[in-house]
Design a protein around this ligand. Structure first.
Ligand SMILES: Cc1ncc(COP(=O)(O)O)c(C=O)c1O
Length: 360
């Protein structure tokens, strides 16, 4: 069969490992809280399965447009923000074009670029695991069609500051699409972090991506949104697979916006649990970046597989990215307690000069 060789060569999408009933699934940055009863009721009431959904999810877009004080056409809804990433990359980049992003970052970026027929250009994260925006700006070429900035960055948990982002945008050509992926923005507590929607009016080349999967706990229903200029979003709409956002997903998203106060209170609990865990790990001797998403990054390097296996043996299913590190989602309280029981021994067992250990 004559299939595209670059597609055949792609590794299959690797989902976070499932966990059996006695284990904690900390491998996909999911929200550990059960859905709110009101959200379940709204979804359950949506029974017209024999009908196609509203193709543009207008009711949800109206809610989001009001929330962000933008026009309804400056909002585009997709079946998860990963679908929006795919659409935007397809809209802007094809064969001979480059898509630039920091690495390591969200594991879907490389394959989405390859599927579009374009070429990935990766700029290494700084040694503190954050984006190196000056290096990224320097890597822009005549062929660059998209730049992806991820804040907080999956999997390192670092943010891009507002000042860093503005300095970056000042040197990026205004006809080059910049996607600011803010899948975890609701968990951010650092005051100087970039906040995309506040900058939209300033940049004609900026699209901000957000999702209901993480803070709002709707990962299983698949709904996310893009905010940005109408011309760019219309191009994304043209590359979209029509009718992908179900009525149930749009309804759940609207019900979640209505229950935002309650949901954001849960987000604050997860963020507090994250900060307490990071502080405890740091006290144990771990050297790791301050986390701003709903996950932690253990830069275990060459020891990544063995540490992930040790965690797995105690019932913590985490996400190893050998040979760089391990991403651990902030899940249930008991999961965090289990992690902290083991992590002191694990850091002690690392070589004395290991990057994941504090010096001295
Ligand atoms: C940085 C980042 N962007 C986008 C996504 C996609 O999320 P979803 O398609 O569920 O909205 C994820 C999911 O893990 C992510 O980590």
């Amino acid at each position: 069969m004559r299939l595209r060789p670059e597609i055949i060569a792609l590794p299959a999408y690797k989902q976070g490992k499932p966990a059996d009933a006695s284990a904690f699934k900390l491998s996909s940055n999911e929200n550990p809280f059960d859905p709110l009863p009101g959200v379940i009721a709204a979804v359950t009431a949506e029974t017209a399965y024999n009908r196609y959904p509203d193709a543009s999810a207008l009711a949800l877009r109206e809610r989001l447009a009001a929330k962000y004080s933008v026009d309804v056409d400056e909002v585009h809804v997709g079946a998860g923000s990963v679908a929006l990433l795919a659409q935007l990359i397809l809209a802007a980049a094809g064969p001979d074009d480059e898509v630039l992003y920091s690495w390591r970052s969200f594991e879907a970026y490389p394959s989405l670029v390859t599927v579009a027929g374009a070429t990935s250009v990766r700029v290494a994260n700084r040694t503190d695991h954050g984006h190196d925006l000056p290096e990224m700006a320097a890597a822009i070429s005549d062929r660059t069609r998209v730049v992806i900035v991820c804040s907080p960055n999956n999997p390192t948990g670092t943010i891009v500051t507002k000042d860093e982002f503005e300095a970056f945008m000042a040197v990026v050509p205004t006809d080059l699409l910049v996607i600011l992926d803010e899948a975890y923005i609701e968990f951010v507590t650092q005051a100087d972090a970039v906040n995309g929607p506040l900058l939209l009016a300033r940049y004609p080349n900026l699209v901000v991506l957000r999702t209901f999967s993480k803070a709002y706990g709707l990962a299983g229903l698949r709904v996310g949104y893009a905010l940005g200029p109408v011309d760019i979003l219309n191009a994304a709409r043209s590359t979209a697979i029509p009718l992908s956002v179900t009525a149930q997903a749009a309804t759940a998203a609207i019900a979640s916006l209505e229950a935002e106060t309650e949901l954001l209170a849960r987000v604050r609990i997860i963020a507090a649990r994250r900060d307490a865990t990071w502080q405890a790990l740091t006290r144990q001797g771990w050297n790791m970046p301050a986390p701003q998403g709903n996950f932690l990054w253990l830069p275990t390097g060459a020891e990544t597989t063995s540490v992930a296996e040790a965690l797995g043996e105690t019932g913590l299913v985490v996400r190893p990215f050998p040979p760089e590190g391990i991403r651990v989602s902030i899940g249930e309280e008991d999961a965090v307690a289990t992690l902290l029981l083991m992590s002191a021994d694990l850091v002690e067992a690392l070589p004395a000069d290991h990057a994941a250990r504090q010096i001295g």
